[in-house]
Design a protein around this ligand. Sequence first.
Ligand code: UDP
Length: 312
Amino acid sequence: MKVLITGIAGFIGSHLADKFLSEGFHVIGMDNFLTGSPDNISHLFGNKNFKFIQYNVVNYIYVPDNLDIVLHFACPASPVDYIRYPIQTLKVDSLGTLNTLGLAKTKKARYVFASTSEVYGDPQVHPQREDYWGYVNPVGIRSVYDEAKRFSESMAMAYYREHGVDVRILRIFNTYGERMRLNDGRVVPNFVFQALKGENITVYGDGTQTRSFCYISDLVEGIFLASIKEDISGEIINLGNPEEITIQELAERIVAMTESKSKIVFKERLQDDPYRRCPDISKAIKLLDWKPKISLDKGLWNTIHYFKQKIL
Ligand code: UDP
């Protein structure tokens, strides 16, 4: 069995490559290193079941191989990154989605799309179920990501309805763990970096906003199950950990776990920053028999250990 993974050098993409290879798949990876890093996949070079193509998937994609599954995971995912690269973000989840769907159709391959909890915007319904349509500002600074993901979902469903492509849309909630960049800008690497360096911990807003953090190994297991499961074509599935925490509590927990002397300081709230976010994962439990196993404390220990090695 052969899979193509776009965004292979990213945080999630590189862990997915490890997972599929360990399960005996052949993996073709694509990345243009806009936000991904060669370091994340350097250990795979030399593996005879792995092939890497440096490529920007907004251009027409040709691969000679037969493919069983196409996983479209290329896209800047940190708000800092997608606000820095607004047009590349819009292109990779419009033109890139179109090209990868076309490829899946040609190869008669299954299509797995990395969507996001951001399609729910600043949600007015809590926790978020897949049948909630969301509350998104279509012209705000986050819209480049949110609307591109929503457009991609729509495109994937059109290929499912019109061409019968076997698509699965995965709405991925906040995920953290090894191989996130230190300067990624997302809250876990920021707080861990600041705590380890003894710098102020920057909480944006009053810290009462919530997120629900899923450890990378749990997420990858969910994506893998959703990719290999038969008869879930056209399904939209939330993947995330429903353990909800305020950002202030997260800051306090990281300070305590790192035994840091850092002070928590409050900065201006970010524009359109969602106030609450927590997945309802009953559909994933039912369809995939999946739920996260790693607690926030355990995952944070692993992540802190990883960043310590990078920094110290
Ligand atoms: N955040 C923060 N300080 C930081 C980085 C992020 O308080 O240094 C907050 C941010 O405002 C948001 C939450 O942490 O409320 C999660 O932000 P992140 O960038 O990790 O991802 P998001 O869930 O917003 O996509």
